[in-house]
Design a protein around this ligand. Structure first.
Ligand SMILES: C[S@@+](CC[C@H](N)C(=O)[O-])C[C@H]1O[C@@H](n2cnc3c(N)ncnc32)[C@H](O)[C@@H]1O
Length: 222
């Protein structure tokens, strides 16, 4: 496949959001005033429902969903800058005004920067399992993160979670079961891909091609 043209920082800028308080390189300051919350209408220039993807990696979901659903806004969070740049390039090449990306720690963004009850869907696809004990603090789906997801969702909003790791999936299922306010929905079906980009994410494509099992769940904020 032909590589897309590398766009300049100026061309990427309209698709990127800077939240210095949640930057992976910035330590939280204990006495800092509360950071400003994101105004979705001002950011996207409309009042369409907002979907947040946590850890978008190379951005396949954001691109596919942004093209397919122009009546929804997509806000992607990714902690690794080089992935943010890669995905934003794909988004900017297609000039998708309904998709924005942010390089930040999603745990901090959900807790400090998103208005309570303002999000229609939170997507978390294939989070890193961080097997080693010394890496446990990097684990995304902690009880605190689950509580933040519930807080940012509007009533009737959805959490969509997918993993290839059975233990991680069961840990998240158990965590969510302890939080009043999440109602379990039937899991979404996997599609039958008709071309090589017809997958939920890059990791989904890799794992399905390897024949690995994939665990899917969906919750609603009651
Ligand atoms: C295993 S990859 C999956 C990428 C993508 N979701 C997919 O399915 O192709 C997990 C991604 O989550 C990102 N990530 C990990 N912790 C994060 C955090 N606290 N905030 C935002 N992104 C995070 C990683 O940098 C990585 O790109």
């Amino acid at each position: 496949m032909r590589k897309p043209r590398r766009l300049s920082p100026e061309e990427l800028a309209p698709y990127q959001v800077d939240l210095p308080d949640a930057s992976p390189s910035r330590k939280p300051l204990p006495d800092a005033p509360p950071p400003p919350r994101i105004d979705w209408s001002a950011l996207f220039g409309n009042d369409h429902p907002v979907e947040v993807e946590v850890g978008f990696g190379k951005g396949l979901f954001l691109v596919t969903a942004g093209v397919a659903r122009p009546d929804r806004n997509f806000f992607g969070l990714e902690i690794v800058r080089k992935y943010q740049l890669y995905a934003t390039n794909r988004i900017a090449v297609r000039q998708l005004p309904n998709v924005k990306t942010c390089c930040a720690d999603a745990k901090r963004v959900l807790k400090n920067h998103i208005v309570e009850g303002s999000v229609a869907t939170v997507h978390v696809f294939f989070p890193d399992p961080w097997w080693k004990t010394r890496h446990k603090k990097r684990l995304l789906f902690t009880p605190e993160f689950a509580a933040s997801v519930l807080t940012v969702l509007q009533v009737g909003g959805h959490l969509h979670f997918v993993s290839d790791v059975k233990d991680y999936f069961e840990m998240v299922t158990a965590t969510l079961a302890t939080i009043a306010g999440f109602r379990v929905l039937p899991p979404p079906d996997a599609n039958e891909p008709v071309h090589d980009m017809d997958y939920l994410t890059n990791f989904e494509r890799k794992f399905r091609k390897e024949g690995r099992p994939i665990y899917r769940s969906r919750y609603e904020k009651a």
